[in-house]
Design a protein around this ligand. Structure first.
Ligand SMILES: *Cc1c(COP(=O)(O)O)cnc(C)c1O
Length: 393
């Protein structure tokens, strides 16, 4: 399949990226566990080593199963190139350390994934890279910071855990006017719901651990976009060694075959559940971009094809004790630090997205103590609603 999307997302989820990976007539991508790849012809080996011919040499650099996974995501994102890493954080840190140099400036959001914020606030400053984190929904403030000088504009939408939405097209335009490389973490939306490259981003990345894999059984990260940028990131990743394992790549590939079906179900369920909770007496507030009351509803409607499978809600009794009592009452939700799986998963930011922060820091970020992140699985919607209803006594 070529660089651009010629067919629809469902067909791409099933067939995308697999054309060069099958062997011996197998209809499924094999898990190639070999660390190295042998050559009888030294000249051919040399050509592959010099990148003049496609092929594989050593498993830390490339692997056929891993490449099939990268190609499937590349096809879904409509990108020129893709590269992967062992985890989402592996690809995020590889991208930032590959693209930034001392003296550079990053502009990003206060609501980026917790681990990403740690890179911005703890690690980049050690290399004389300044990172300015803006209020996620204040587009004017973000544009003003970008205009002061920006080498990388790093965005995420929707965000964790209050599901905030930023206008990707508007901010990508501002980033490019300042000469920045624009990166978008598309983990919450998935390529089914949102195409950041079409909205102007240079690079789009995923924690494949979440919706792409969808079964909470494999870690992975992937980044797609402009070939030259992706090659720079690949070069750093092959040296730092945060390589995606072929077995994990296989599990992610297999999970992605049903991506479009899962996301369709999760979009529908999440919207219905958000509306149910919004009308419930025991709920103070629901955060979901599909609700008309959500601050970013209009932007989400414009830039997303579906509002995604994650919502969060605040119990009327705003204490961690209320959460402590509520969570065990749910029959059909793992209380766990993950999202995007076929099973519903629920947890408070204190033990999930913002485990790195103190209670004071969470309060300063507008994250209430009784907030619960609820990642909707593919169970029947009516069963999930009944489960929430009986738990909200
Ligand atoms: C989980 C997550 C990450 C980090 O991914 P890992 O695979 O856990 O390293 C990054 N961004 C978002 C939005 C995430 O949810």
């Amino acid at each position: 399949m070529s660089d651009q999307r010629e067919v629809n997302f469902g067909t791409l989820s099933v067939w995308g990226g697999e054309e060069d990976a099958q062997a011996h007539g197998a209809t499924q991508v094999p898990v190639v566990h070999s660390v190295s790849f042998g050559y009888e012809d030294l000249d051919e080996w040399l050509q592959v080593a010099l990148n003049q011919k496609t092929g594989h040499i050593y498993g830390r650099n490339t692997n056929p199963t891993v490449q099939a996974f990268e190609n499937k995501v590349r096809a879904l994102e409509g990108a020129e190139a893709a590269t992967s890493a062992a985890t989402g954080m592996g690809i995020i840190s590889s991208a930032l350390f590959a693209l930034l140099s001392p003296g550079n400036r990053v502009v990003s959001l206060k609501d980026t994934y917790g681990g990403t914020s740690v890179i911005f606030l703890e690690f980049l400053p050690r290399f004389q890279v300044d990172a300015v984190l803006c209020d996620t929904t204040d587009h004017e403030a973000i544009e003003a910071e970008v205009a002061k000088g920006c080498d990388v504009l790093y965005l995420e939408s929707p965000t964790n855990p209050t599901v905030k939405v930023v206008d990707l097209e508007r901010l990508a335009r501002a980033g490019h006017a300042a000469g920045a490389t624009v990166i978008v973490d598309n983990t919450f939306a998935t390529p089914i719901n949102q195409s950041p490259l079409e909205l102007g981003a240079d690079l789009v990345l995923h924690s494949a651990t979440k919706f792409l894999g969808g079964h909470a059984d494999a870690l992975g990260g992937v980044i797609c976009g402009d070939k030259e940028l992706v090659e720079k990131i690949f070069h750093f990743r092959e040296i730092n060694g945060a390589t995606l394992h072929p077995m994990a790549a296989y599990l992610l590939l297999r999970g992605m075959k049903t991506l479009h079906l899962r996301i369709r179900q999760q979009n529908e369920s999440a919207l219905e559940i958000a509306r149910f909770l919004d009308a419930h007496d025991a709920i103070e507030r629901v955060f979901y971009p599909g609700l008309e009351s959500h601050h970013g509803h209009e932007i989400a409607q414009r830039q997303m094809r579906g509002f995604g499978g994650v919502l969060s809600f605040m119990l009327r009794e705003n204490t961690l004790d209320a959460v402590r009592e509520f969570l065990p009452r749910l029959r059909f939700a793992h209380a766990a630090a993950n999202l995007g799986a076929v099973e519903t998963i629920a947890g408070p930011p204190a033990t999930t997205s913002h485990v790195e922060c103190t209670a004071e820091e969470r309060a300063a970020m507008g994250i209430p103590e009784s907030l619960i992140r609820y990642s909707v699985g593919i169970e029947d919607t009516e069963d999930l609603i009944a489960d929430l209803d009986q738990a909200l006594v």
